[in-house]
Design a protein around this ligand. Structure first.
Ligand code: NAI
Length: 419
C-alpha cells in the first residue's frame, strides 16, 4: 500500500512540487538528524539555529553522520568532501528562506514556533512549503497566523532519525493536497516511510506513546523500580524501556510535549512532578549526560543515577509491589485504549496505520504484528477483563465504548475497512 500511496483521499490528485533544497531550523537532536537524512540523499541542506554553539554542534553531527564509514568505524574524508558542499550552516534568514522546503525543529513551544513562522513566512518563495517537526502541537493551531496555511503541514520524524523509518505527515485543517503530496514525496525520497494522519494533539504516534510514558512515571511514584519497569517493557518486546526513552527524547522536550497532551486530555494524562524536577536540576537526559540514568561513565553507557533517588523520594506515595504481568498491563493497555479513541477521532484512514506507526515509529515488537493485531489475537473481551483490576486508576484505564462494543460482538480491529 505504502509505495503507491500518495497520502491523498481516493480520487484526489495532486502533483508533488519539485524539491531541490531543504532548510532545517533548529540544529538540536532532531534538526541535525533531519538534515543528515536529507543530505545523505543528496538534497542541498541549509541548517540554522538561534544559538551559534548549537549550530556548530549540529553541523558537526550532520557531517559525522553522512561521512561515517562502517569499515573505518569513523568519518571517511572522501565521503566528507563529497557531502560538504551540500551543507550550508548559516545564521542568515535569507538563505533559509530561499529553500523549497523549510522544516522547523525548534523547541516544543507554540509561541517560539509561531514567532519563527511570522518572521520567515514573508521572506519565503511563493511556492515554498513550510513544515513543523513538532511532536504534539496541533498543526491547525500552529498555522493560525500564517498567510499561506495551505502550504503548511507537519513532517514529524522519530528519534533517532537515522534508525526510525517512519515519518508522520500531518494534515492541518487548511493544508492543501499539493502540500501533502510534496511532503510524502520528500519523505520517500530520503528513504523514509510516510503515513499521512489527521491533526490532533500528539497526532498518531505520540498520542499512543504518551499514555505509556505517563504510566511509567506513575509506576515510579507508586514504588516500582526503574529496573522492573524497563524489564517488563523489554520482555514485552520493546527495544528500549520507557524510562530510557525519556532520556533519549530529552526530559525538557518530553515535559513540553507532555504538557500539550495533559492540556488536551487532562482526564487521562497526569502532570507528573518528576519531569519538571529533573529539568530544574539540569538533568535533561542523554544530551546533558544525566537524566533518569547517568551517561558519564565509560563509553557513555546508561548507569544508575545516584541523584535520582532524592527526586523520586520527594514525590513518592505509599510503595506497592508489582508483578511483571501487572507492569505489562499498566504500560500497554492504556496505549490500546488510546488507539480506540484515535479511531473514533478519525486520525488515521486505516487501522493498520496504528500498527505501522507503533512498529516503525516506536520500535513496537514487530513479531506481535502491532498493538491492534496483538489485541485481536486476545480478543476485546479478554482485554476488557484485563482492565478490570486497573479500574481504580480512573479514565485512563476505563474500557472505551468502542472496546466494550467489540467485546460484545466479538469484532476485530482488523475487520474494519480502510476509509
Ligand atoms: P533540542 O533541544 O535538541 O533542539 C532544539 C534547538 O532549537 C536548539 O538547538 C535551540 O537552540 C534551537 N532553537 C530554539 N529556539 C530557536 C529559534 N527561535 N530559532 C532557531 N533555533 C532555535 O530539541 P529537539 O529534541 O531536537 O526537538 C525539536 C523539535 O522536534 C521539538 O518540536 C520536538 O517536540 C520535536 N521532536 C523531538 C523528538 C525527540 O525525541 N527529541 C522527536 C520528534 C520530534
Amino acid at each position: 500500500r505504502n509505495k503507491r500511496d500518495t497520502g491523498l483521499a481516493p480520487g484526489a490528485a495532486a502533483e508533488p512540487r519539485a524539491l531541490n533544497s531543504v532548510a532545517v531550523i533548529g540544529a538540536g537532536i532532531m534538526g541535525a538528524g533531519i538534515a543528515e537524512a536529507s543530505l545523505k540523499r543528496k538534497l542541498a541542506v541549509t541548517l540554522t539555529d538561534a544559538r551559534q554553539d548549537a549550530l556548530l554542534h549540529g553541523a558537526r553531527s550532520v557531517m559525522e553522520g553522512v561521512s561515517y564509514s562502517k569499515q573505518k568505524r569513523g568519518p571517511d574524508v572522501q565521503r566528507a568532501i563529497e557531502f560538504a558542499p551540500l551543507l550550508n550552516a548559516t545564521a542568515a534568514d535569507s538563505e533559509v528562506a530561499a529553500c523549497d522546503l523549510i522544516i522547523e525543529a525548534v523547541v516544543e513551544n507554540i509561541d517560539v514556533k509561531r514567532d519563527v513562522y511570522q518572521r520567515l513566512e514573508p521572506q519565503l518563495q511563493e511556492t515554498a512549503i513550510l513544515a513543523s517537526n513538532t511532536s504534539t502541537i496541533p498543526i491547525t493551531r500552529l498555522a493560525e497566523k500564517l498567510v499561506r496555511p495551505e502550504q503548511f503541514c507537519g513532517i514529524h520524524f522519530f528519534n533517532p532519525v537515522r534508525k526510525m523509518q517512519l515519518v508522520e505527515v500531518i494534515r492541518g485543517k487548511k493544508t492543501s493536497d499539493a502540500t501533502i503530496a510534496t511532503a510524502v514525496a520528500y519523505a520517500k525520497r530520503i528513504g523514509k516511510m510516510p503515513i499521512v494522519v489527521n491533526d490532533g494533539p500528539g497526532f498518531l504516534v505520540n498520542r499512543l506513546l504518551l499514555p505509556y510514558l505517563n504510566e511509567s512515571l506513575e509506576l515510579l511514584l507508586e514504588g516500582a523500580t526503574i529496573e522492573s519497569i524497563e524489564r517488563a517493557a523489554k520482555k514485552f518486546g520493546m527495544p528500549l524501556g520507557p524510562v530510557a526513552l525519556f532520556d533519549m527524547v530529552g526530559i525538557d522536550t518530553a515535559m513540553y510535549a507532555g504538557r500539550v497532551m495533559w492540556e488536551a486530555f487532562p482526564d487521562r494524562i497526569v502532570a507528573s512532578p518528576i519531569l519538571p524536577a529533573l529539568v530544574k536540576a539540569g538533568m535533561l537526559g542523554q544530551k546533558t549526560g544525566s537524566g533518569f540514568f547517568s551517561y558519564q561513565g565509560k563509553k557513555g553507557r546508561a548507569e544508575p543515577n545516584p541523584k535520582l533517588r532524592e527526586i523520586i523520594d520527594r514525590y513518592k506515595r505509599a510503595p506497592q509491589e508489582f508483578t511483571p504481568e501487572q507492569l505489562t498491563a499498566r504500560l500497554f493497555l492504556p496505549i490500546l485504549l488510546e488507539a480506540t479513541r484515535i479511531l473514533d477521532d478519525k486520525i488515521v484512514r486505516d487501522v493498520r496505520d496504528i500498527d505501522l506507526g507503533l512498529i516503525f515509529g516506536l520500535g513496537f515488537p514487530p513479531f506481535k504484528g502491532g498493538l491492534l493485531f496483538w489485541a485481536d489475537t486476545l480478543g476485546a473481551a479478554k482485554v476488557v477483563e484485563m482492565l478490570k483490576p486497573l479500574e481504580h486508576l480512573g479514565a485512563r484505564t476505563k474500557p472505551t465504548a468502542r472496546l466494550l462494543e467489540m467485546a460484545k460482538t466479538g469484532a476485530k480491529f482488523y475487520d474494519q475497512p480502510a476509509v
